[in-house]
Ligand binder design. Structure first.
Ligand code: G6P
Length: 592
């Protein structure tokens, strides 16, 4: 994980490095650091904690045209000052920031130690800096040293490098971890994604795996294995410009309330003049596929579970796999199987591993559903469909989930030539807007449960998938231990955990399961739990906690999930937690 930035040129470097890192904090925020070249000298500023703490460490006026920065999500070594990036090599020739994981770092460290190198941190990054130095001493060329290092080092990396004897250029290398160069006016930039550069650059260069190079104020050179490469230019994604809080206290609240507009935007992009405008070949492949298998992690995995239900409802065989499991136990069920990789960020390492495995076989087509244009998953899949949800900044995913489910609903409808889907989704937005109007009622529920130590979420069928996502959201940002169960499974163990006043959140959106799940509510109530029920009107009874408008259960679950998103938000707020940056998490999990 981690975010990296770099700058070379006349622009206000201090501002870019600090604000750039702030915009990348969603990738990790354990510690932060910046290195600048000032008067031929490299100065390193590092803090444990958030990027804003760097502000007081760095002099307000710095005279530099070359700098790199890092925000960290610890993988090797605790978040401590000694482990903060940037790291430098023993003789100080190389100072680097790194996003990724070096698999053979211990082996390399041992062999460098034998040569007399010493290490001052627990990180794998410091090993890269010293490999560069070691190779430079052999070749006397920074670019050759990087090329050699790429052969020695196994694993993922996006690195920005300052070389002590060159105050005019920034160096870089990439493998697996994302890296983008921003082309500016008399200044060039580098970052893990476009966000830090979005206000200053309109043109970007996608750096591909195993590429490395040199960036000057006016010139960018890219190499692979010693051979000069052509730059692959992309342009700015205008949606990225909407990254302000817009008057909201937290991104999570803003993003929940953007859900109806995200759904409308999806329809604007995929259903024009009464026709679906997905890639036609992709829809044909879906039509002929016997089996549709989803691969995803976290919230995207939960959205995929709904996707599986949609596919089964039109007679397709369907599976959902957790990416980190499928990567080790790949399964191909049918010759006519198509894989759908669902990932908000498009950069989740476990999902990328799965895509690479599928691609290696060259037998099965793949579709990536992602919010991030130009991401690795979008680039490397056979087909892709964007979510157009706008940047999601809060670590806990909300609008992306609803957009994923809505897109899967549109896809399912396109497969069976059902042209009513967009109208149904827009009508369902009424239900969502009504929930937004009534969010204070959910805040009151949050107030009643905010001090709980354990919570349970129950549902059956689609409502069980809602319960899973609700429970994940609650634990992510409130830190209350929470589990989700299918109502019927409760008696087979989990009910032992029910105590007096344990909050149990139950969902009913489908009359077929209403009686059965109410039976489960009674069972926990009999053991003195407190049940908070979120139900649609046709299934409601007088004691229900929150009653929503009726709608097709295939879509009203979007409302049920929204209630659970609000619930988590308010519980976390009342507990005084850092809602948009919950502890230990990162939004884009770029390590396996
Ligand atoms: C992390 C985030 C989750 C997210 C998951 C999958 O765990 O904290 O919010 O659901 O990654 O991310 P993706 O970008 O692949 O959807």
């Amino acid at each position: 994980m981690c975010g990296i930035v770099g700058i070379v040129g006349n622009h206000d470097s201090r501002n870019y490095l600090l604000n750039g890192l702030k915009s990348l904090e969603y990738r990790g925020y354990d510690s932060a650091g910046i290195a600048i070249m000032e008067n031929q000298e490299i100065k390193n500023y590092r803090v444990v904690g958030r990027v804003h703490l760097l502000d007081s460490e760095i002099p307000s006026l710095i005279n530099t045209s070359l700098g790199i920065g890092h925000t960290r999500w610890a993988t090797h070594g605790a978040p401590s000052k000694r482990n903060c990036h940037p790291h430098k090599s023993n003789d100080g020739l190389f100072t680097i920031v790194h996003n990724g994981v070096i698999e053979n770092f211990q082996e390399i460290k041992n062999s460098l130690r034998e040569k007399g190198y010493e290490f001052y941190s627990d990180t794998d990054t410091e090993v890269i800096a010293n490999v560069l130095e070691d190779e430079y001493k052999k070749t006397n060329s920074v670019l050759d040293a990087i090329n050699n290092a790429l052969k020695i080092i196994h694993g993922s990396l996006a690195i920005a490098i300052i070389f002590k004897n060159d105050s005019e250029n920034l160096y870089f290398a990439k493998r697996k971890s994302p890296l983008l160069i921003g082309v500016g006016d008399k200044t060039n930039y580098l970052a893990s994604d476009a966000l830090p550069m979005i206000k200053t650059c309109v043109k970007f260069i996608d750096i591909l795996d195993n590429q490395y190079g040199i960036i000057g104020e006016h010139d960018i050179k890219i190499y692979q294995d010693g051979v000069k490469q052509k730059a692959k230019y992309t342009t700015r994604n205008a949606e990225l410009l909407n990254i302000d809080l817009g008057g909201y206290p937290h991104y999570m609240l803003k993003e929940i309330e953007e859900i109806p507009s995200c759904i409308s935007r999806l329809i604007d992009n995929y259903f024009i003049n009464g026709k679906y405008c997905f890639n036609e070949e992709m829809i044909e492949k879906l039509k002929t596929a016997k089996c549709v298998s989803f691969i995803a992690c976290g919230t995207s995995y939960h959205a995929s579970l709904i996707g599986k239900h949609y596919m089964e409802s039109i007679g397709k065989m369907s599976n959902v796999y957790i990416a980190s499991e499928w990567a080790y136990f790949p399964k191909f069920i049918d010759e006519d199987e198509i894989f759908i990789l669902v990932s908000q960020s498009g950069e989740t390492a476990d999902v990328i591993t799965c895509l690479k495995k599928i691609n290696e076989f060259k037998t099965h087509p793949t579709i990536t559903i992602t919010n991030t244009k130009g991401s690795t998953l979008e680039r490397d899949a056979t087909y892709s469909a964007l979510l157009y949800a706008g940047v999601e900044i809060a670590v806990a995913s909300t609008k992306a989930y609803n957009a994923q489910v809505s897109l899967l609903y549109l896809l399912k409808s396109a497969i069976i030539d059902d042209y009513n889907a967009s109208k149904k989704l827009l009508d369902n937005n009424i239900l969502l807007n009504n929930i937004i109007e009534r969010k204070d009622e959910i805040k009151e529920i949050a107030n009643k449960v905010k001090d709980a130590h354990n919570a349970f979420f129950l549902g059956r069928g689609l409502d069980y998938f809602v319960a899973m996502e609700g429970s994940l959201k609650l634990k992510e940002i409130s830190y209350i231990h929470s589990e989700a169960f299918p109502g019927g499974e409760l008696k087979h163990g989990p009910i032992a955990l029910i105590e007096e006043n344990t909050p149990v959140f139950g969902f009913i959106s489908n009359k077929d399961i209403a009686l059965a799940i109410r039976g489960n509510f009674s069972e926990v109530k009999a053991r003195k739990a407190i049940v908070y029920s979120f139900v649609t009107k046709e299934n409601a009874i007088s004691t229900d906690t929150f009653v929503m408008d009726d709608f097709d259960p295939d879509l009203s679950i979007l409302g049920s999930v929204m209630t659970s998103q609000y619930l988590s938000y308010y519980v976390a707020l009342l507990r005084g937690n850092d809602i948009d940056k919950p502890r230990n998490l990162a939004k884009s999990v770029t390590v396996e």
